[in-house]
Design a binder for this molecule. Sequence first.
Ligand SMILES: [Zn+2]
Length: 111
Amino acid sequence: MSKIEQIRQLLEAEQRRLGALVERTGKHLYRRDEPYSADFAEQVVEVENNQVVEQLDEDGKRRLAEIRSALARIEKGCFGICESCGEEIKQSRLEIIPHTRFCIDCAEFHN
Ligand SMILES: [Zn+2]
């Protein structure tokens, strides 16, 4: 199996994991429209939970978008090329952050 095929499988596994996560957080957030518990202490816990879930939901969606765009780059055959300077991204970096769009030098300016 080629390196890029390995990375593609990693990305696809992560895409499935995040897809399931975002589905769960989405359901949770949708349910929020139901009235809060009468008990004030419980309400506080619910609001805090919702903030955590919202954060998870946002992170999940953002990472999912990154992974989808990495998979699209694999399809187009331009995976592993830095979008900023056009240089090849080091293999070791891709193994750690397969969805990255930038080489290590350019990443500093895009974070
Ligand atoms: Zn670069």
